[in-house]
Design a protein around this ligand. Structure first.
Ligand code: NA7
Length: 534
């Protein structure tokens, strides 16, 4: 049914992170009428919400920004791996420089979207009653739009504060002198522990799976060094299209077994010193595909990590003799002082594999072994990642089925950006896109440029409907889920295994950026293969 009471746009974007902002800019530049809807009160996406102490990027700053010289020439990060406050300031800078906010409606949590087949237009509605129409619906939700809170008995009984990291109060939460529990040892947990240990009376870390974290090698970047580094930015950005992970470095094109023990050791040492993702994504190519090759990396990681932990009992829990899963098949967090924290008197560790949590009480946490009193319980328990955000919105496609129904037998998204029954909808950073295996801003630009190009082309040609075919969805699905067996050996959010009851399937396109770009560009060159356009 037509509804002319609400305004109609060429495109409505959901989400003001890297993906949404880039797309807004590109479509606006092409002269289209675009509106961006954002649930938060500012730009930044995950960086708006994840304002917990210590929140920090796991990519180097020069890679964690837009590649447009008009933007980077006047922007300097002051640390190699920027903290949340600097990233938030960067978003404000981009917003101001490009005057983006004028086309953003903040505080607008989209709850539903319906495709009207007669008009070939989406009607998008928000929690506050706001509604708008658009030819194209462009969800740019990021991988972490839906925080995950585990169902631990007694949570509501607790008299203190229970706080999920991704819903941290924008005004902060003072941990000084408090007794803090941290449940979860992913990136968020590690970062909170590093900060809380400096100010809290006591920090107790509840670990289920040891985090095989890599050393960040954080350092300050002076203005002079930044200016020097900028000489290489253009070359670094050009490289992103040619590497597996959308970074300016890549795997060594040799097997770990091809080299002598001495050469391997030298390489491992050099990668370790560089830190960050180098030991993961700049290692010998077979370390992420072959379990024996991977084990060599694990053993190296374990021994180097144990050097930093004084108590051998804790060392065995934090860096076990045998790997809990192959290293790197679950995203390795970057840490600065995490392992040394366990040498401090005010930090202790509870191994949930030996003593699981029974319940939360009025005063703290009760495990099968003991009861611990707390003032604040931090839930660093992650996200219903990749698909959780999309599935939280009531999106109804061309034949009346919801996106939940469409994907009930498994995710299927042509090019990781579109899905049959949902015409005129393109996702950036969505299910079956390279998302988590691609540096965020790189992926935002690759996918955003493609979507902007397609939307523009269709509008210019007077086409009003584009829909992926079920066959194209299936092909992409199978190319995504059929990945290295290694990825199925960890209970990671890449495969949905961190969420009870969630289908266990690879949700991230893991064939590398060059392959991805080749396929999405070929699709357009072939006249939109895998789509029906009219
Ligand atoms: P992650 O990496 O998904 O980490 C969540 C952590 O929470 C992880 O250690 C989980 O243990 C733990 N967890 C989840 N549920 C429970 C329950 N019920 N009991 C105990 N522990 C639990 O989320 P983050 O927010 O840290 O990071 C997400 C991404 O953001 C990260 O990869 C970076 O890309 C940035 P598990 O390992 O599943 O045993």
């Amino acid at each position: 049914m037509s509804n002319t009471a609400v305004e109609t746009y060429d495109a409505v974007i959901i989400g003001a992170g890297f993906g949404g902002l880039h797309l807004l800019r590109r479509l606006r530049d092409k002269g289209h009428k675009v509106l961006l809807l954002e649930a938060g009160q500012n730009v930044g996406g995950v960086w708006y919400w994840n304002c917990y102490p210590g929140a920090r990027v796991d990519s180097m700053g020069h890679m964690y920004q837009f590649s447009d010289p008009e933007l980077w020439q006047d922007w300097d990060f002051t640390e190699l791996y920027p903290g949340r406050e600097e990233v938030a300031a960067y978003f404000d800078y981009v917003d101001k420089k490009l005057d983006l906010s004028k086309d953003i409606r903040f505080g607008t949590k989209v709850t539903s979207a319906r495709f009207d087949e007669e008009d070939r237009v989406w009607t998008i509605s928000a929690e506050d009653g706001y509604a708008v129409r658009a030819r194209f619906l462009l969800p740019c939700l990021g991988f972490a739009a839906k925080p995950f809170t585990p169902d631990i008995p007694g949570m509501s009984d607790f008299n203190g504060v229970v706080q999920h990291t991704a819903l941290w109060p924008q005004g902060g939460l003072d941990m000084t002198g408090k007794r803090i529990a941290v449940i979860g040892t992913g990136a968020s947990g590690l970062q909170v522990v590093q900060e809380a240990s400096k100010v809290a009376e006591q920090v107790t870390v509840f670990q289920r799976t040891a985090m095989l974290a890599l050393p960040m090698r954080q350092r300050k970047i002076s203005k002079e060094e930044s200016a020097q580094l900028k000489k290489d930015y253009a070359a670094a950005y050009a490289l992103r299209e040619k590497t597996f992970g959308g970074f300016d470095f890549d795997f060594i094109p040799k097997s770990v077994f091809e080299v002598s023990d001495e050469e391997r050791r030298k390489t491992f040492d050099a990668l370790w010193e560089k830190g960050g993702f180098y030991p993961w994504l700049a290692n010998y190519y077979d370390t992420l595909m072959d379990e024996k090759a991977n084990r060599l990396v694990y053993d190296y990681w374990r021994d180097r990590t144990r050097e930093r932990i004084n108590d051998p009992r804790l060392a065995e829990i934090l860096a076990p003799t045998d790997p809990p899963h192959p290293i790197g098949v679950k995203r390795p967090s970057l840490e600065q002082t995490y392992f040394e924290c366990f040498n401090l008197d005010n930090v202790s560790l509870v191994n949930l594999r030996e003593t699981p949590i029974e319940r939360i009480t009025e005063t703290g946490i009760k495990t099968t072994e003991a009861e611990y009193p707390f003032d604040i319980i931090v839930l660093a328990t992650g996200f219903d990642a990749i698909s959780g955000g999309m599935l939280s919105i009531d999106i109804v496609g061309s034949n009346g089925r919801t996106i939940q129904e469409r994907w009930s037998e498994g995710l299927a998204a042509h090019l990781g950006m579109a899905t049959s029954e949902f015409p005129n909808m393109f996702m950036v950073y969505g299910p079956q896109s390279p998302s988590a295996f691609c540096n965020g801003p790189s992926c935002a630009e690759f996918q955003g440029d493609w979507v902007a190009r397609v939307v523009d082309d269709l509008i210019v040609k007077g086409k009003t409907r584009i829909e992926a075919t079920p066959e194209a969805d299936e092909t992409w699905r199978s190319d995504t889920v059929q990945t290295s067996d290694m990825f199925y050996k960890a209970n990671s959010w890449y495969i949905g295994a961190n969420i009870p009851g969630k289908r266990r399937e690879m949700m991230v396109y893991a064939r590398g950026i060059p392959d991805f770009l080749q396929r999405i560009n070929a699709c357009v060159d072939e006249g939109y293969s895998g789509f029906v356009v009219n």
